[in-house]
Design a protein around this ligand. Sequence first.
Ligand code: ATP
Ligand code: FE
Length: 382
Amino acid sequence: YIVLGIETSCDDTSVCLYDRHSRSEPARLISSLTASLDNREFKGIVPTLALNHHQVHLAPLVSKLLCPVNGPRIRPDLICVTRGPGMRGSLSVGVEFAKGLSLAWGVPMIGVHHMLAHLLTPRLLTNGSAPRFPFLSLLVSGGHTMLVLSSSLLDHQILADTIDIAMGDAIDKSARELGLNGNMNGPELEKLVRQYESSVVAGVNKALTKDELVGEFGIQVKLPMRPKPGRKQEAVFSFSSFVSMVTRGVGKKGGLDALSETEVQIIAKQIQDAIFDHVIDRITYTLSTLPKDVVARIQDFVCSGGVGSNLVLRQKLRDMFANSAMNLHFPPPELCTDNARMIAWTGIELWETEGLHSSYDIMPTAKWRIDNILGDVDGWLR
Ligand code: ATP
Ligand code: FE
């Protein structure tokens, strides 16, 4: 059967078509299209502009998918659309469009949980064979930072969550303090760090000691929530302090204009390392609190969501699990950030293993907990 995937939870309009020709082989991608919104002049996402963007682009993109230039018109058999969490206006464009198509074609539609889709992404490429339940996921995106233990398709436990902003948000804001103003600052910050590291390897810049870093060249950085006498350890993440460290550090050095290109690169490296070290530190602690028999059953670890495409983070995770038998799964970067393909795959899993689909009265759901996917919202049909 043919599956149409629609993702409009944030500011990218993304659609795709899959051919689920056999249940024993990975679904075959027919085509996928994305229209990205350029946010650069607004320093972030403006909800009404994102809404307009989806209204302008969704129908033309789907029309292009369904009417290939040299082929017959395609009519999907299943529609998978992001229902939440995300921006309500943006979500409603996709959800209402899916309802219309489902009604007109007489085919089922499924309102998909966006974070479940990020989490299941590596299974899309393996036809659900890896990772196998139970597995752990680090979901790191613009809006979420969670360590999740998934026991089955619908049973997820949040082991650690952020108490303030998400990791991607902290990266984007820190990068902005360093003068980056891209649509997505994470990859740009990663590039700055790589430039510095290459310059050290090439001998253009010398490697700095810790003291030189905080003193002459870099800024003062401190990991939050480190163990301290009298402080209770907590299984949570916290990222807001990193942004203030950059603001304060750059201010102390006389502002951004007073910094050389190399100094900016050094600070970029300091802050990126610190953010990732904090995540590793808190994952290590959180896992140490789990019962031994639970840990023994977990063989797979997924790192997904936009920040999950960062190569430094991936290496730190590999190092963390170096002495264990854990299989690590890193989806390709184009599947880490928001995309319709993960939505289509998640709909396929929900449909095939649970027989689930959605009623026509479902609402876009801005807040929807991953540890209560069925109970948190209504409108499920079997
Ligand atoms: P959510 O999924 O929580 O609703 P979102 O959909 O906005 O949030 P994603 O598209 O999954 O988030 O990820 C976007 C985030 O990932 C941005 O903050 C971006 O800067 C970050 N990001 C993307 N690539 C990289 C990278 N290579 N290094 C670090 N961060 C990155
Ligand atoms: Fe996302």
